[in-house]
Design a binder for this molecule. Structure first.
Ligand code: FMN
Length: 173
């Protein structure tokens, strides 16, 4: 796939094939894409927790995410913002803005990498951060901001979810 095909064919997938594994090498490639994202002053205020453990994944899905499909993916990656790191260089701007922007950039790279590998994912943002942190026993400076279940897609979107038009969201001055 060329670059624009990777972007345009990426879809949020919420059903995964149970019998197709995701290899460590594939996970590594997705993480490689994540850490190539830009970050403020190259601060790289991100931290990734790769979940393969069925019980842990299940607990996150049931108690933090309330989204069962997280558990059905062979792998789920919890993307965390390292607030200490973000704040150490840029103070409130780092903690309040850059930490989220940097992790968001990493997440998008990961979604695109998964698609390029013929895998699929979904950016899960609606979850109880405190609960997830408790289940994963995260230190207090790590804020879990996204969960990415990753697997071989078992559903294919028939059409692209509608986008607002460029003319409606852009000003050309
Ligand atoms: C910040 C953010 C949070 C999201 N949270 C969820 C979520 O909790 N659960 C879910 O099923 N999809 C979630 N999504 C996926 C969106 O629903 C999806 O990207 C959107 O409907 C467009 O579809 P597409 O990704 O297939 O283009 C989230 C996306 C973003 C960017």
């Amino acid at each position: 796939m060329d670059f624009f095909e990777v972007i345009n064919s990426r879809r949020s997938v919420r059903k995964f094939k149970q019998d197709v594994p995701v290899s460590d090498e594939q996970v590594r490639k997705i993480l490689d894409a994540a850490i190539m994202a830009p970050s403020a002053g190259n601060g790289q205020s991100w931290h990734f927790v790769v979940l393969r453990d069925k019980a842990l994944k299940g607990e996150i899905a049931a108690k933090a995410g309330h989204q069962a499909f997280i558990d059905q993916a062979p792998v789920a990656i919890v993307v965390c913002a390292d607030m200490e790191r973000a704040g150490s260089k840029y103070g409130d701007r780092g903690r309040g803005t850059y930490a989220l922007q940097e992790t968001a950039a990493a997440v998008e790279n990961m979604l695109l990498a998964a698609n390029a590998l013929s895998l699929a994912s979904c950016w899960v943002g609606a979850f109880d951060e405190a609960k997830a942190a408790e289940i994963l026993k995260l230190p207090s400076h790590l804020r879990p901001v996204a969960i990415l279940p990753i697997g071989a897609p078992a559903e294919h979107a028939v059409r692209v979810p509608q986008r607002r038009h460029i003319e409606d969201v852009t000003e050309f001055r």
